[in-house]
Design a protein. Sequence first.
Length: 102
Amino acid sequence: MIDDDNERGERVPEHILGVLNIQQDAQKHNVMSLWAIYDLPVDGRHVARRFEASDKGAGTPTLTEDSLHGQLEWLRSTLRLAGLVCIQREKQDEGRIMETWM
């Protein structure tokens, strides 16, 4: 489990800590964790849904129960602060996927 204080002794926000812990758990199970941000604004909010892929990257990623809901910039900031990197959408991505974070 990730500690809730950073190197400078500052408190890490719960939503970022949650993503960090999910990522760490996926790594322990040798799966790659992917977060896809969908263009599904509901009251101005978007959704980031987490998928898992085998560590070899074979097959189609599997949707998990993990998700984040919020403004687009909040989602991006949360994933970025959790150490993830944005991958722009691919032609074969589902139509509502805006971007994927790994």
